[in-house]
Design a protein around this ligand. Structure first.
Ligand SMILES: [Mg+2]
Length: 230
């Protein structure tokens, strides 16, 4: 009997990489408008190189970029980039198709819902509130809540202890098998691979580490119904 669903956030509920890309494109255009002398695709490549080095949540990416490119921070260029980034990010922060419908259906069936994210707590909550999901989940566990990242067992155990379900009564949905699903499997949860959110150039099809792989989040309803019908 499945009694709870734990969701990864980025690229599982929301399309994080599309949001990031739209925001970076807008920022580059605005910085060039403000006086940056650089080709847009070159600037974009450098910004992503900084993210690769510092992590995708790095908050002062434009400062680092300008310091490297100009040797100093031009505040007109920096501010233009930041403002354009924020506006575009807000506009392109969207849920995948059928996420709202699926969450509603799960709540109607009486399941507990949780978010388990490796994102910093502040960023995770800001994204959830922007998406109007702040009241949907029984708990939200971000990196700062345990100090451990998936696939370490600690974040999973923390979620389970708060929602008070057994691992074998709990389904984990995530887009990153080595992080989201390996750890969930080790603690004994049912694992579902969100193939629709897989953002890397690796072979997603036929991934053996998950119990199920889905192309639309709505498919977890059938999986749960199948489990719970007996
Ligand atoms: Mg993810």
């Amino acid at each position: 009997m499945i009694k709870a669903v734990v969701f990864d956030l980025d690229n599982t509920l929301m399309d994080f990489m599309t949001m990031k890309d739209n925001a970076i494109n807008a920022a580059v255009t605005a910085m060039i408008d403000a006086g940056l002398t650089m080709q847009a695709d070159e600037a974009k490549k450098e910004l992503y190189a900084i993210y690769d080095r510092e992590g995708i949540e790095f908050q002062t990416v434009f400062d680092s970029f300008l310091e490297k490119h100009l040797g100093y921070i031009d505040w007109k260029i920096l501010s233009s980039g930041v403002v354009a980034y924020r506006k575009a990010r807000e506009a392109s922060l969207v849920l995948y198709p059928h996420v709202n419908l699926t969450l509603m259906e799960l709540l109607r069936r009486g399941l507990k819902l949780a978010v388990l994210s490796d994102a910093p707590r502040r960023e995770a909550w800001l994204r959830l509130c922007s998406l109007q999901l702040q009241h949907t989940f029984d708990t939200v566990i971000a990196f700062d809540d345990t100090g451990f990242r998936k696939p370490h067992a600690t974040p999973y155990r923390k979620v389970l202890s708060i929602i008070k379900t057994e691992p074998n009564e709990t389904l984990m949905l995530g887009d990153w098998p080595e992080r989201d699903l390996v750890g969930a499997r080790e603690v004994g949860m049912l694992t579902v691979f969100a193939r629709y959110g897989f953002a890397f150039d690796r072979l997603p099809v036929g991934y053996e580490g998950a119990d199920y792989a889905i192309d639309d989040i709505r498919e977890i309803l059938e999986i749960i119904d199948e489990f719970n019908k007996g």
